[in-house]
Write a protein that binds this ligand. Structure first.
Ligand code: 2AM
Length: 222
């Protein structure tokens, strides 16, 4: 009935505790600031500006997107495919409200989004929908052949007019290129880790020290 449908949230996910949110926002800002000053990035700046000799301020370019979280299942109040089944999963019920340590292994930037890659543990994968990667196939054809959990990420910012759902698609796109063994166009060593360029404005920073972030598995209603 309608009451039952009401109880399904907009989405389920891991919500970062507020102190770690601040830390990650700072790291992300530092990364964007540094990236902006790197010669290799400047060389490929047209990926972002569309025209030569134009500068981009990445800190302004990306807009913040609210409370930091890693979406596990987008439910759209029960209207999204598989939403009800997900909400009724035993692991979802059992682990609802539990705290987890998320491992953030990489930061990535494209002309559309900036995000952090989350490497889920086996226990955390119990909360990951089986079809999360496959669902992205129409945007990223190779997505279904990537390991479960590949799409897990935290959206840190979106360019004007871009919806946050894009962040996971951008991540899958980069991981698909890695899997195909496409040779990275270039690698730059930074203090935070090694930065790889995959063409078309796609940059991935593999963090030397993964960031460990405490997060609560819960849900969001607007
Ligand atoms: P995000 O996980 O990349 O940040 C509310 O819109 C939240 O649900 C956002 O966090 C958003 O993206 C995520 N979201 C929106 N639509 C989605 C979809 N179709 N598939 C997966 N996640 C989605």
């Amino acid at each position: 009935g309608p009451l039952e449908e009401m109880s399904i949230p907009l989405f389920f996910g891991f919500f970062l505790l507020s102190s770690i949110q601040d830390k990650i926002r700072c790291t992300s800002m530092d990364f964007l600031k540094t990236l902006d000053t790197l010669e290799p990035f400047k060389t490929h700046m047209t990926d972002f500006t569309g025209k030569p000799d134009k500068e981009v301020d990445l800190e302004q370019y990306f807009k913040a997107t609210g409370t930091l979280h890693c979406t596990t299942k987008y439910c759209n109040y029960g209207k999204a495919e598989g939403a009800k089944e997900y909400a009724q999963k035993q692991a979802v019920k059992d682990l609802y409200g539990s705290t987890f340590e998320l491992a953030l292994g990489a930061l990535f930037v494209t002309p559309r989004t900036v995000g952090a890659r989350v490497s889920l543990t086996e226990e955390q994968l119990l909360l990951w929908p089986d079809d999360a990667e496959k669902e992205a196939e129409s945007s990223v054809p190779a997505a279904a052949s990537l390991p479960l959990g590949s799409r897990a990420h935290i959206t840190l910012g979106c360019a004007e007019g871009v919806e946050p759902v894009q962040t996971g698609l951008d991540l899958l796109d980069i991981l698909a290129l890695q899997q195909e063994g496409q040779k990275a166009e270039l690698v730059v060593e930074m203090e935070l880790g090694s930065l790889t360029y995959y063409g078309e404005g796609r940059w991935l920073l593999l963090l030397r020290e993964p960031i460990c972030a405490l997060a609560c598995f819960s849900s969001y209603y607007k």
